[in-house]
Design a protein around this ligand. Structure first.
Ligand SMILES: [Zn+2]
Ligand SMILES: [Zn+2]
Length: 347
């Protein structure tokens, strides 16, 4: 089969490799669509702590089952599925508390196991056992279903922020994850959704969110803009959906009293030390949280939100490439000229 193999930093190559063999406790999936994640671009440029190279990356995918191991129950040939890539062990201290995004033994499809930038992908036994494989309802496109995992990551954040009716939500950073966060906040009942970015072009792309306001983040105007939209309070919820220390510091000043703040985007390794006035947290009784990844349950819920049309995730797809053009797909995502980039391994 054809597969994109990440061989070393800055080198991903389309190669002919052996199609994975379906063993008794695994399922073989034909990959129908696999989206490019910021993590894929980061892994290409800087490597990834969890990755053993060479590996086939790609973890936001939907596919069709073509072979089922003899010991696997409940999955059948020709069923369409999406696979949550983060596979928790189910047995460690955090898993037993239900906090599987911080599982001590977390393994990932697309880094520990070969992922979706290939014609076929093997779903490991651990993924089947952890509930990571969800079946697609008829009529749901593979392109939309491939966005299940990124939406699940937003759900992980907004569940911890308990976003709900009446909240005003400000999203800093209008990349694909910022846009999905904006859409999800609306679905969860937010009274006002506001988007901001340092780039006017990104802000224009974020119109797919259908937000209540779009603010260019320049010349320290943002605080006045968000206060103007919220009766001078600030936003109840601020989600920093970009990897920017400046945005993380700025965000603390944009939250309303009793509000909640989420560092959704991570900073490059070694540069996580930032400075802000902690008295804002203390006297305004703010809650500051961070999130990454998602649980199998959140993937299940995210798929339901997409399938029911409550989150029109496919609106963020701006580019689609054949697998042969994997490098162009990654470079397009890296250039930030569009939003979500999809790869289709089969014509
Ligand atoms: Zn991802
Ligand atoms: Zn665990």
């Amino acid at each position: 089969m054809k597969a994109a193999v990440l061989e070393e930093v800055d080198r991903i190559r389309l190669k002919e490799v052996g199609t994975p063999r379906c063993t008794e406790d695994t399922v073989l999936v034909r990959v129908d669509a696999c989206a490019v994640c910021g993590t894929d671009v980061k892994a290409l440029r800087h490597g990834h702590a969890m990755m053993q190279l060479p590996v086939i990356p790609g973890h936001e995918l939907a596919g069709t089952i073509v072979e089922v191991g003899s010991e696997v129950h409940g999955y059948y040939d020709s069923e369409r599925v999406t696979v949550a890539p983060a596979v928790p062990c189910g047995a460690c201290f955090y898993c037993r508390r239900g906090h599987s995004t911080v599982c001590e033994n977390l393994l990932d499809i697309g880094s520990r196991w070969d992922g979706g930038f290939a014609e076929y992908m093997l779903v490991p036994e651990a993924a089947l056992r952890s509930g990571a494989v969800n079946k697609l309802p008829d009529g749901l496109s593979s392109e939309a279903a491939a966005l299940t995992e990124p939406l699940a990551c937003c759900l992980n954040a907004q569940e911890q922020l308990w976003v709900g009716p009446g909240d005003t939500v400000l999203v800093i950073g209008c990349g694909p994850m910022g846009c999905l966060n904006g859409m999800l906040a609306r679905t969860l009942g937010a009274a006002g959704v506001y988007m901001t970015d340092v780039s006017a072009d990104r802000l224009r792309l974020a119109e797919v969110v259908g937000a209540d306001g779009y603010f260019l983040n320049e010349d320290s105007r943002l605080e006045a803009d968000i206060k103007g939209a919220t009766d001078d309070r600030g936003a109840d919820v601020v989600i920093v959906a970009c990897g920017s220390a400046a945005a993380q510091e700025q965000a603390v000043g944009l939250v309303a009293p009793r509000g909640r703040l989420n560092y959704f985007g991570g900073l490059p390794r070694g540069s996580g030390a930032i400075a802000f006035d902690s008295n804002r947290i203390h006297y305004q009784e703010l809650t500051l949280v961070g999130n990454h990844g998602s649980t199998p349950l959140q993937n299940h819920k995210a798929l339901a939100l997409i399938a029911s049309g409550q989150v029109d995730a496919q609106k963020i797809v701006t580019h689609t490439f054949d697998l042969e053009r994997i490098e162009d797909a990654l470079c397009t995502a890296e250039s930030q000229e569009g939003l979500k980039v999809l790869v289709r391994p089969h014509d």
